[in-house]
Ligand binder design. Structure first.
Ligand SMILES: NC(=O)c1ccc[n+]([C@@H]2O[C@H](COP(=O)([O-])OP(=O)(O)OC[C@H]3O[C@@H](n4cnc5c(N)ncnc54)[C@H](OP(=O)(O)O)[C@@H]3O)[C@@H](O)[C@H]2O)c1
Length: 253
């Protein structure tokens, strides 16, 4: 698959992995439309390349998605590639009170938004001869990290949807799923665990994309995949969740 001279819609291009993907794609002579809630960080990414255009869009809000696609079309962009990268995460203790509204916010950003955006874009993507959809997922789609329960649940849902999507689309569209390990971004700033640099991650991700892979497992995410395949689920779940991911102990209610 050639990742050049495409028109790519990338969610969450203002920060972290999304920003680095945007810059690499722009360097490869693609037109990259980035979106997110914070126009300042998006514009900062866009200022680094003439090939990057920023659009404000909260993907958990249906009207925002409609407006994003209308604005991109009226600006003359014919999208042939979608990268669902944006996500949000948070630590919650389910047995204690927390702001219930975050459930819809997190599942909206991580699961419902990406699915809605994908479904709305399918007719547009299918007008091109080799359209591509990429999902930036997480190994937590296979094995829940219990103290980020809504993130884990939404990534499991996204993984399930991705497999169904592949079945529905057959050979008409390439659907790629990417599984980063812990990468040094704001999303995992509380995580007490060795993290891969964004640059190393991007180098390895694009190396596998250039090789034409559809399932891109990087670094420790490969170990997680192997452990889930080989070991009893309960055992590996308890090993992964022996301590909270921020290094703290579980707080009993
Ligand atoms: N970093 C890791 O260790 C790691 C590990 C496994 C998987 N991943 C996956 O990699 C992807 C990128 O994560 P990251 O580490 O780069 O995170 P990040 O640095 O926190 O960036 C997340 C991006 O998502 C955007 N976003 C969040 N909610 C949004 C919403 N409702 N609508 C539109 N944009 C939204 C944010 O932009 P705004 O704030 O401007 O909206 C931000 O640009 C995610 O899918 C994540 O699950 C990351």
């Amino acid at each position: 698959m050639k990742l050049t001279n495409r028109t790519i819609l990338l969610t969450g291009g203002g920060n972290g992995i999304g920003r680095a993907i945007a810059l690499e794609l722009a360097r490869r002579n693609n037109t990259v439309l980035i979106c997110g809630r914070n126009l300042n960080t998006l514009d900062d990414t866009a200022s680094a390349s003439d090939n990057i255009y920023s659009y404000r869009c909260d993907i958990s809000v249906s009207e925002d998605i409609e407006q994003l696609l209308a604005a991109a079309a009226s600006d003359g962009h014919k999208i042939d590639t979608l990268i669902n990268n944006a996500a949000i995460s948070g630590h919650y203790t389910l047995a204690k009170d927390f702001d219930i509204s975050i459930i819809r916010r997190d599942l909206g950003a991580n699961l419902i938004g990406p699915i809605e955006l994908t479904q709305r874009l399918l007719p547009i993507l299918s007008q091109h001869h080799d359209p591509v959809i990429m999902m930036v997922n997480s190994p937590s789609c296979l094995l829940p990290v219990a103290d980020i329960p809504f993130y884990s649940a939404s990534k499991a849902g996204l993984h399930s949807y991705t497999w169904s999507l592949r079945k529905h689309l057959g050979k008409t569209m390439k659907v790629i799923e990417i599984f980063p390990p812990a990468v040094d971004t704001e999303l995992v700033s509380k995580l007490k665990h060795k993290k891969m640099s964004v640059k190393t991650f991007i180098d390895q991700m694009f190396q596998q994309l250039d090789q034409g892979k559809n399932d891109i497992w990087i670094g420790e995410s490969k170990i997680m995949r192997a452990a889930v395949a080989l070991l009893p689920f309960k055992l590996i779940f308890n090993i992964i969740n022996a301590r909270r991911s921020d290094g703290g102990k579980w707080v009993e209610p």
